[in-house]
Design a protein around this ligand. Sequence first.
Ligand SMILES: NC(=[NH2+])NCCC[C@H](N)C(=O)O
Ligand SMILES: [Mn+2]
Ligand SMILES: [Mn+2]
Length: 364
Amino acid sequence: MATFVGQMPVIPKLRHPLKTPIVTEEAVWPQDDLPIGPSSVGVIAVGFSGGQGKQGVDMGPAAIIGCGLLEELNYGLGIRLHHDHKIHTYEDMVPEFEADSRNMKRPLAVSIATQALAHQVYEQARKNRCVLTLGGDHSIAIGTVAGVARATRERLGKDIAVIWVDAHADINTPETSDSGNIHGMPLAMLASLAQTAPGTPFGWLQSKAHGGRTPVVDLKKLVYIGLRDVEEAEQQIIEQYGIKAYTRVDVHKLGIERVLKDTLEYIGRDTPIHLSFDIDALDPELAPSTGTPVPGGLTMHEALLIAQGVHRTRNMVGMDLVEINPLEEPGEDGLGAAQTIACGTEIVRHAFGAMSLREDEYKM
Ligand SMILES: NC(=[NH2+])NCCC[C@H](N)C(=O)O
Ligand SMILES: [Mn+2]
Ligand SMILES: [Mn+2]
């Protein structure tokens, strides 16, 4: 398991201290009255950082779990959790060093790790559980979205929609990427914009064993919220494929309620939703502990309305919370990391049903 080498974040006060969460592999949520949504939640902790170059994002899940996220879900919200008490690093599966290839950094490592994660996610999702994955850098969404998409197709015969809340579009192909970091490419992989022949990295996305339907993500079913650092080539892809994208300016001009309403209408009522939340969507004043912070981000009010709005569809089949890096600490005191973790915890709580508004305040 990951250990902290830098400043240990200050641990925010727990609402439900002293108890360990009930986590079980067998139990099923008693009130299974949700149309598409989960009967319970599978939690996967992924301490993987190979999709980018900064140390510390692999400590994200240990930090957020250590600060009480699972207690909040289990004791606070009464959600039955399925969790193996492990932080998955895939260390024993991936090469420690590898040469760049086709302008990708660590393609083998990311491919192997995300393939293993896709299988874990699939195993949870096919049991009618909503799968919450705690990252780790955003490359892990290659695995989570692939696993959720496959299980949802098998279980409901439907394609998922993806709501990608992020400062970045993460849709570079290996050819368009400046950095070569795969955390800037997950959507290109999932949408088959990058060539991935069988037997090469990410070829598993197309394999029969994986369920064999590509692209995994239909770009007509993708919605971005919070964009503000989009590269030119990415902008071209967004335009070329007509991807629905709400930038920082759109959120500011339209208001978050309108953005959310339009997003959910665009996706359609009976569509299973995967929410991929990059913590850098938030303003760095709120969530500074992340590898690629961009000024001008979402407020907590906006983030919580998105999370709550997705929850209220009862259609959320998967969620990622990624890019929390407790070592990316602009201050010296660990407060930035604690604050970032507290924001992440609140967002997850709201995506799983926490209500911080009265019914009448929430008119959608
Ligand atoms: N998941 C993230 N934080 N991605 C940042 C990506 C930054 C940049 N667009 C790149 O391709 O490298
Ligand atoms: Mn980002
Ligand atoms: Mn991202």
